[in-house]
Design a protein around this ligand. Structure first.
Ligand SMILES: [Zn+2]
Length: 258
């Protein structure tokens, strides 16, 4: 993926920082990489490649969205099993010892200093980098991009695109209102997760606290497996975001690039 990004650091990949759009795209779970010093956290290759370790397809869609909207993009550079950058340090699943049905032995007995070290190495610099990107533009609009597994704890999920929000639902409401104009997919509010699951950390930190429009997108990962699917999903979402900005009468330069 490094060919797609402008800057690759230990904690984050950044692209198109000088984009003309007010949109800032954040993809916290972009990477399945577990640095060698963590000895794979004791998990199998199968788990390391699964949704437990990252959000398959989310980075590819984020990159295409960034191109379509000429928007800055920041993406996490390590697996959420090492540190989940969409969780505060005191969240139990910031460094999970279990993810869905998988045990993560390398996280089972972490000392406070091991926890602190991961916070310092991955979480804090990521937060700072997101803040810097948000500060670049006047009235930024925060869009976070995620994917979810079609089967969770053995249960099939029917929702295809989730539009998630916390206390500030303005952008989500406007997107939900025009969903049918943009996609035939099954679109739901705060599904398959919602604020009660602790998934709105980035929205709160970087959107709500500053009073900026914000939304979290969850896309079922079987819909963004191939390059073609990723391209067309990004196109759909880009057009949807542009329309949403128009509906909210957001000023600034937001348009779709062909
Ligand atoms: Zn995610």
């Amino acid at each position: 993926m490094s060919g797609f990004v402008d800057k690759l650091e230990r904690h984050a990949m950044v692209k198109n920082t000088n984009g003309s759009s007010s949109i800032v795209i954040v993809c916290e779970h972009a990477s399945s990489d577990i640095p060698a010093s963590f000895n794979s956290l004791g998990v199998s290759k199968e788990v390391r490649k699964s949704h437990a370790a990252w959000d398959p397809g989310a980075l590819a869609v984020s990159i295409r969205l960034s191109e379509q909207l000429d928007a800055a993009l920041i993406a996490g550079a390590v697996s959420r099993l090492v540190y989940d950058c969409n969780r505060p340090p005191d969240a139990p699943d910031a460094m999970p010892s279990k993810s869905e049905i998988f045990d993560i032995p390398g996280n089972a007995h972490l000392s406070q200093s091991e926890r602190d070290s991961r916070v310092k190495t991955f979480y804090r610099p990521f937060q700072l980098a997101v803040r810097r990107l948000m500060e670049r533009v006047n009235d930024p609009i925060l869009v976070t991009v995620h994917s979810f597994t079609p089967v969770y704890h053995g249960k099939k999920r029917s929702v295809e695109i989730g539009i998630l929000h916390d206390k500030d639902a303005r952008f989500a409401d406007a997107m939900l209102e025009t969903a049918n104009d943009h996609t035939n997919a099954i679109v739901r509010r705060n599904k398959p997760y919602g604020p009660e699951d602790g998934v709105t950390h980035t929205l709160k930190e970087h959107g709500i606290n500053g009073g900026y429009y914000n939304v979290m997108l969850e896309i079922r990962n079987d819909l963004i497996k191939t390059t073609q699917q990723q391209d067309s999903m990004a196109k759909v979402i880009a057009g949807w975001i542009v329309d949403t900005c128009m509906a909210l009468k957001v000023s600034g330069s937001i348009q779709c690039q062909e």
